[in-house]
Design a protein around this ligand. Structure first.
Ligand SMILES: [Zn+2]
Length: 355
């Protein structure tokens, strides 16, 4: 399978080489040929990983370290006992939890993709106990877009910003919370406890940490992606540096099991350390690329009056250097590395330059 990808790149390289041969000026220098109006080579010394918009034949294989237990194909979900009445439910793409107590069940997130199966999953371990509470980790539809399918829930808990965003979104599939808080809220049900805290807007305003002290489980969504490259653009974070600060929070908290909200398995402290190291490397690589890259170089002189083109060319070159710097160390360490590395470098370039 890897051969297909290699052949694709080989084909691109042959095409690029053919173009360069046809234009001797092009091969000699990355400077544009003003007379002919030929743009400079946009991605010098790149890449084994095609940039955004260029298709790949086959992405890199997924390392064993990133593969989780298989889901039951007949049921369409996997249930993982996290101890003392706490369970993770997942379809190996999205993860949520529920907590069983003497008189009922607290559901934490209701993902679009499998919320209709949550009651069946609860029945497996808790019989017909009613869902008394629903907690929203944050407002995003992939995590709570199946909430309406659970039917009416007496108490729906979220952070204030989540209520504001859900009011704006007015999505009937994501009913409004009935109980909100600003900084922290502790839920006591029977002999179970969940500590909810809001630490900052990184991924999206309102995204909370949910800690189960008895089970020593931390649920922090869209911050850590165990074994995997984080989702595109630092998990589509609205504030990249605040998202990285939230990862630091996850590092410092004392837990045994992390539920990150996506991919195939629960997380360990080693997963968090690895991702923190990746974030440090990509920040360093993007900063070095910004320092080494000059605005306007290699721009086709015919585009000199086009401000957007000047910066597109500049940002492309910064991103290319960033990708080239981090790839040798990281391409086999994180599953899906090649899928999103260009997006990450682009995003870090933006964050360092303008945030
Ligand atoms: Zn999200």
């Amino acid at each position: 399978m890897a051969k297909i990808r290699f052949l694709t790149f080989a084909l691109i390289e042959i095409l690029v080489s053919a173009c360069m041969l046809a234009s001797p000026m092009y091969a000699q220098s990355t400077r544009p040929n003003a007379e002919e109006g030929v743009a400079g080579e946009p991605y010098p010394n790149t890449p084994t990983i095609p940039p955004i918009g260029v298709r790949t034949g086959k992405y890199f294989d997924i390392p064993v370290s990133a593969q989780g237990p298989a889901i039951d194909a007949a049921k369409g979900y996997r249930l993982q006992n996290l101890g003392s009445g706490l369970y993770m439910i997942t379809d190996n793409a999205v993860q949520s939890m529920f907590l069983v107590y003497d008189r009922g069940v607290v559901v934490i997130d209701a993902p679009q993709s499998y919320a209709t199966k949550i009651r069946q999953a609860i029945k497996e371990v808790a019989g017909d106990k009613p869902i008394t509470h629903l907690i929203y980790s944050h407002s995003h539809a992939d995590h709570i877009g199946g909430a309406k399918g659970l039917g009416p829930i007496p108490i729906v808990i979220a952070q204030d910003e989540t209520l504001r965003l859900l009011r704006r979104d007015a999505d009937p599939n994501r009913p409004l919370p009935t109980l909100t808080f600003a900084d922290q809220y502790t839920l006591h049900v029977g002999d179970q406890v969940l500590e909810l805290t809001y630490r900052g807007p990184g991924h999206v305003p309102g995204n909370i940490f949910i800690y189960a002290p008895k089970q020593r489980v931390l649920m922090a969504i869209d911050i850590v992606f165990p074994g995997w490259m984080p989702w595109s653009r630092f998990a589509d974070s609205q504030d990249v540096f605040d998202e990285i600060a939230r990862l630091e929070d996850v590092r410092k908290i004392d837990w045994d099991t992390l539920v990150g909200g996506h991919v195939t398995r629960v997380g360990t402290h080693a997963d968090v350390e690895l991702q923190a190291e990746f974030y440090r490397d990509i920040k360093q690589a993007a900063a070095a690329a910004l320092a080494a890259t000059k605005v306007g170089e290699t721009l086709n002189p015919l585009d000199v009056g086009n401000t957007w083109a000047i910066y597109d060319n500049y940002i492309d070159r910064v991103a290319a250097q960033c990708v080239n710097t981090v790839t040798p160390k990281w391409s086999t360490k994180l599953a899906g590395y090649d899928v999103f590395i260009w997006d990450q470098c682009y995003s870090m370039e933006q964050a360092l330059r303008i945030d």
